[in-house]
Structure formats: C-alpha cells, structure tokens
Design a protein around this ligand. Structure first.
Ligand code: NDP
Ligand code: 8X3
Length: 253
C-alpha cells in the first residue's frame, strides 16, 4: 500500500537517505528542512529517479509559528499522513559544561526537543485517518549513555528517548505506533555541524573505523515501518561494529 511519509531534516544525512529509500518503495513524500535549495534539488532527483510524488516544506523546526503555518499549508490531497519521521536535529559544539556555549545549548534544546514536540503536536491530527499510523523518532546512543563533552546533546537525546516512551503511552488509544531508532556514530554532515566546519576535527571522528552510513539507518527505518500492523519495534539501537559505546571505538590508525 502506498503511504504518505513526512520527514523532518530531509536535506542531508539520515533524512535524505530515508527519503530515497521510501521513494524507492513507491511512497509519497513530504520533505522538510531549512535549506530550500537542497529541498528543491532532492525533490527533483526523487521525481526523476523514482517518479515519486514529493511535496517540500521549508521551515525551521525551532519556530513554533512556522511549524504550524507549514503544516496548515499542506494541500488537502496530502493531509492524510501515515508516517512521521522526526529526524531533524544536531549537536553543536563539544565542550565541558563549565565552558559551554549557551547559544549551542539553546540550538540543541530548541531543535532536538522543542522542534520534535512542535512537529509532532501539529502532525498528530493528520495521522488519524491512516490505517497504520506510525511515528519514528531518531534518538541516539547519546540518549542511552553520556560521554565526555556530550552533556547537553546527550540530555536532548535522553529527552527524545523519554518522549518516545511518553508518546507511545499517550497515543496508545489512537492506535499510533511510536518507535525510536537510536544510532551510534554515523558519517553524515552531523560532525561538520557539531565542529562548525572544522574539517580536521571531522576527519578525526571517523578515522580508523567504519562508521554507520545514512543508508544503514534508512534501511532500519523502512524495515520497522513496513512491519505488520500488530507489530511495533519500540526501540532500535544500531551501532557500528567497531563501536561498543560512545567512548569505546576500536580504531586501526
Ligand atoms: P545531518 O547534519 O546530515 O542532517 C541533519 C538534518 O536536520 C538536516 O537535514 C538539517 O536540515 C535538519 N535540521 C537541523 N536543524 C534544523 C532546524 N532547526 N529546522 C529544520 N531542520 C533542521 O545529520 P544526521 O543525518 O546525522 O542527523 C539526523 C538526526 O540523527 C539528528 O537528530 C541527529 O541528532 C541524529 N543522530 C546522528 C548521529 C550521527 O552520528 N550522525 C547518530 C545518532 C543520531 P537543514 O540544515 O536544511 O535545516
Ligand atoms: C550522535 C552519536 O556518539 O556522536 O548522536 O553522540 S554521538
């Protein structure tokens, strides 16, 4: 059955890979992000490659009015949504708390926690017509274990873990599946954002081992959203084989 999938943060990394995987399975896509040029070019590629139906919405998840306006603007023929992938997020900086940059803290809290809440709150009514509505929150190993200088980022992902469980309880009577996919180290634009373009620091993160790729996460998301209606994967922790926990990566340098 063809489904309509709403993905936040589809301009890069996991969100973009999910868009490709869902389009390859002939689903309809609502793709969101701040970089409109990327949204346009991704939509063109998906239409060209998969003959996919794609709607793009350009907004910042931190802006609650913009989130509402964007969702309100969805045309009537797109308003029955089957799957929401809450993926947009970031880590900003890597400092001990005592030296922390408060703008970084606010960016992470506003995006990873409040943005996820604003999107979920606004999309919820559009899921209710689906025969098998599903919300997938992208958490992290950082939401399971804290690590040095991870502090606020870890706290936001612990919040995603808690909110996933809370949504599952609150939405139970509406028949909405709620899942978390929690990846370990993955090579996307994540570290470029975290280290603010310091490409030496970025290269250091992924040197000497095979990190996850965005396609690995997309495969997991398409798998859990394709299971029968009576089956839900509550939580899926996916790590690179070389990473036992945030602080233990077996590197061969
Ligand atoms: P990327 O930086 O490649 O992608 C992040 C996406 O989020 C982009 O599409 C970006 O779009 C979007 N985004 C960021 N901030 C906002 C905002 N304020 N409003 C709207 N969209 C926003 O990183 P990943 O693909 O790796 O990250 C995706 C998710 O996975 C995040 O939640 C991250 O925390 C999580 N994660 C990442 C891991 C990793 O090691 N890479 C591991 C575990 C979890 P745009 O800039 O166009 O707005
Ligand atoms: C991203 C993975 O280990 O860098 O969520 O925090 S980690």
């Amino acid at each position: 059955m063809q489904k309509t999938i709403f993905i936040t943060g589809a301009t890069s990394g996991f969100g973009k890979a999910c868009a490709h995987a869902f389009a390859g399975n002939h689903h309809r896509l609502i793709l969101t992000g701040r970089r409109s040029d990327r949204l346009d070019s991704e939509a063109a590629i998906l239409r060209e490659t998969f003959n996919a139906e794609v709607l793009t919405l350009n907004f910042d998840v931190r802006d609650r009015d913009a989130v509402k306006q964007a969702v309100d603007s969805i045309p009537v023929q797109w308003r029955n949504i089957d799957i929401l992938v809450n993926n947009a997020g970031l880590a900003a900086g890597s400092d001990p708390i005592q030296d922390g940059n408060m703008d970084d803290w606010e960016a992470m809290i506003d995006t990873n926690i409040k943005g996820l809440l604003y999107v979920t709150r606004n999309i919820f009514p559009l899921l209710l017509q689906s025969p098998c509505p599903h919300i997938v929150n992208i958490g992290s190993i950082a939401g399971k274990e804290v690590y040095a200088k991870g502090n606020v980022y870890c706290a936001t992902k612990f919040a995603v873990d808690a909110l996933t469980r809370a949504m599952r309880i609150d939405m139970l009577s509406h028949g909405i599946k709620v899942s978390q996919v929690a990846p370990g180290a993955a090579e996307t634009e994540f570290s470029e954002v975290r280290f603010k373009g310091d490409m030496e620091a970025v290269a250091n993160v992924y040197k000497g081992f095979a990190p996850l790729q965005a396609e690995d996460i997309a495969e997991a998301v398409t798998w859990i959203t394709g299971l029968p209606a009576h089956v839900n994967i509550n939580d899926l922790l996916i790590m690179p084989t070389a990473q036992a926990s945030p602080g233990y990566i077996h590197k061969v340098l």
